[in-house]
Design a protein around this ligand. Sequence first.
Ligand code: HMG
Ligand code: MG
Length: 306
Amino acid sequence: MMNLPRHVKLVEVGPRDGLQNEGTPVAAAHKIDLVHRLQAAGCTEIEVTSFVSPKWVPQMADNTEVMAGITRQPGVRYSVLTPNMKGLEAALPTRPHEVVVFGAASQAFSQRNINCSIEESIERFAPVVAAAHAAGIKVRAAISCALGCPYQGEVGPDAVEHVVRLMKGIGVDHCGVADTIGTGTPRAAQAALERALKHYPVGEVSGHFHDTYGQALANILACLELGIHTFDTSIAGLGGCPYAKGATGNVATEDVVYMLHGMGISTGLDLDALVDAGAAISRVLSRPPVARVARALLAKRGVALP
Ligand code: HMG
Ligand code: MG
């Protein structure tokens, strides 16, 4: 195989992307406990919550409470989603290390998810980026529907690069390319991520793959071949987007860690402790983890699945 990265950084998005889609409310205490378990398992980048409208996403209405309840661990960076100035102003007092503006490569998804066009979203993000930078906070972008859109169908690399360029233009520091509905396959993933690499250094490009069609691990491997070494993953495979019906969770952290460690690529994460964290939140949700590796390891330990 080609020269793959020796170390991969995983951004744990379970507390946010994972829990934003739960039908039954999850108590803030359980979210805080999940963050504590994740950092105990070695996670150094945790996407904790989002500062969005509680009318749109009631699951994240406890954002301030969750941020305040976390016992911070040195070396761990906590990030939150901020779609506009109102979100950023609410987020700043909670002291995130990084904020995320989230746009889309498809106009239809932009409208459904954040109620504005791609161009309008960039106008909203520009002051968010400036104010975050003034506060010394890094800004990451998520570009949704980079490999397909639930409303518009196919999305090509040109559409992805268009938004990458706009994000770069307003000073966004890091570019995350997201397969929101998990329809992408490895060559398409490479084609999309390559467009991000034209504008951002490899260390500031990441992949965010939902595993709806079971393609996420293959897509990550395809990105590793491009030298990309940052990926978002979700503990137990939790999640989905409330505005992408039927889309299941992100690729499971446990599955990605198992693959990477098996390939001799380090992550700094403790797989057994991750399995424990995933099992704990799965018990709260009263359903087994989606993560294949977690299920296998729990079965091996003789632990009954929830
Ligand atoms: P809008 O209705 O266009 O906003 O929503 P507005 O500025 O016209 O304000 C309308 C009302 O919302 C007002 O309240 C505002 O105060 C309030 P009212 O006067 O009616 O009582 N409001 C807010 N409240 C709290 N926090 C805020 C905020 N902004 C306005 N930040 C908005 C625009 C973006 C707010 C809305 O569309 C929204 O909240 N959307 C939620 C989208 C979301 O969270 N989606 C899931 C996360 S993205 C995702 O999962 C994808 C990702 O994982 C990558 C991938 O997989 O693709 C990142
Ligand atoms: Mg997502």
